[in-house]
Ligand binder design. Structure first.
Ligand SMILES: Cc1cc2nc3c(=O)[nH]c(=O)nc-3n(C[C@H](O)[C@H](O)[C@H](O)COP(=O)(O)OP(=O)(O)OC[C@H]3O[C@@H](n4cnc5c(N)ncnc54)[C@H](O)[C@@H]3O)c2cc1C
Length: 356
């Protein structure tokens, strides 16, 4: 296991904020995750687990403990009851059980599924970050999410120091929510492998709004997983910043969910709303931010993306204080105009003062 000292959190997160982490350990095997925990406990240091840092914000004080980076690689396909590497696959059926290790790049996992011709995660193409983080906030986009395909995860249980298998029903997955990021078990499990079940076939129309629009405009007729993936990559490249070039954490706020009465009220105010069968609905927070006139506006070194108002780009900000002021300006504007309180999507590395 590789241990580095005094590593800037800016280099570990796509929002590029934060001071130094006292230690960063890159874990390349499940055992190294356990060893990293032992190291932190021996030194009596707090621990924070990360993948690609695409949904994580650092604080100016840094982190006076151990950040564990999940870098465990490998993608496997189930064949005759065993998991084999993709090049050893000899027979494909209607269903595919695909397993990847937690440190795999999420989009590489999607590419493998699409190349093999299986549907289920093609609309989740190009979401930055690792496979291990994908169930944590139940990543979703363009009508698909992890909850639709996940079977189980293998995880290191930091309470018992055992490796356990957690099946989907025990994960409590919903919109940007899981047992891994909410409630008494938040942060308890380090996900070392994820297994999903995919199907031969294609997504059927109507697709999610922007995908449907793309299909109509480009007269697309091939809805195979790889072609949907190509379309999604094109749509996302147009709209969303490339984390390698532009600092952001993707959508900075969660969408707003309202019950039936709230949905009726929103509709009366001419706020676009996506209704569920029971009358409740979802309001796009990006729409609310745009309607407040904030799209493209620069706030304390951050810019509300001109292309997608839900995305907050770090143009020149250096401190968490700048983020705090930009965030509050947006929250206040939406609260004042519409009465909704926006909630932040990215998580924050705990702000702890140096203890040791
Ligand atoms: C440009 C851009 C676009 C984005 N688009 C989308 C989108 O369309 N849909 C969407 O849902 N998200 C989107 N995101 C957010 C982000 O890509 C996802 O949340 C992704 O899953 C983060 O992965 P990561 O490895 O970077 O997680 P990190 O930021 O490293 O970690 C996120 C959380 O997961 C925990 N965690 C990480 N790895 C593990 C593990 N192995 N075991 C247990 N806990 C772990 C961390 O402790 C933290 O709480 C976007 C982000 C960016 C920058």
């Amino acid at each position: 296991m590789e241990i580095r000292e005094n590593v800037p959190v800016t280099s570990l997160t796509t929002m590029r904020l934060g001071g130094n982490a006292r230690y960063v350990i890159s874990a390349k095997t499940p055992d190294e995750i356990a060893q990293a925990y032992s190291f932190a406990r021996e030194h009596d240091l707090p621990i924070w687990v990360m993948g690609g840092g695409a949904n994580t914000i650092g604080h100016d004080e840094g982190f006076p403990g151990v950040i564990i980076l999940n870098e465990i690689k490998g993608i496997f396909v189930e064949q005759d009851g065993k998991f084999v590497t993709v090049d050893a696959v000899h027979q494909l059926s209607d269903e595919l059980t695909l397993k990847g290790m937690g440190g795999e790049v999420w989009d590489d996992f999607v590419r493998v599924a699409c190349d093999l011709g299986y549907s289920g995660i093609e609309a989740l193409s190009m979401i930055p970050g690792t496979l291990g983080a994908a169930p944590v906030q139940n990543i979703g986009a363009y009508g698909q999410d992890m909850a639709q395909v996940i079977v189980s995860v293998e995880a290191y249980d930091t309470q018992t120091d055992q490796f356990v298998t957690i099946a989907k029903p025990e994960m409590e997955l919903s919109y940007r929510h899981s047992r891994f990021n909410h409630g008494k078990d938040a942060g308890r499990f380090v996900i070392v492998a994820v297994t999903v079940k995919l199907h031969k076939g294609e997504l059927s129309r109507p697709f999610y709004n922007s995908l449907e629009r793309y299909v109509e405009e480009h007269h697309e007729t091939d809805f195979s997983p790889s072609n949907i993936r190509r379309m999604i990559c094109e749509i996302r490249s147009e709209k969303l910043p490339d984390p390698k070039e532009v600092a952001s954490a993707g959508s900075f706020f969660k969408n707003v969910f309202v019950d039936k009465a709230g949905a009726d009220e929103a509709e009366a105010k001419e706020i676009p709303i996506w209704r569920n069968a029971d009358g409740s609905g979802k309001i796009n927070s990006g729409w609310l931010i745009e309607a407040c006139g904030l799209k493209g506006k620069e706030l304390f070194g951050f810019v509300v993306s001109e292309k997608a108002a839900l995305v907050l780009i770090n143009k020149s900000a250096k401190t968490y204080h700048d983020l705090d002021r930009a965030r509050q300006t947006i929250i206040d504007a939406v609260q004042e105009k519409f009465g909704y309180t926006l909630r932040q999507e990215p998580v924050e590395i705990p702000s702890l003062t140096e203890e040791k």
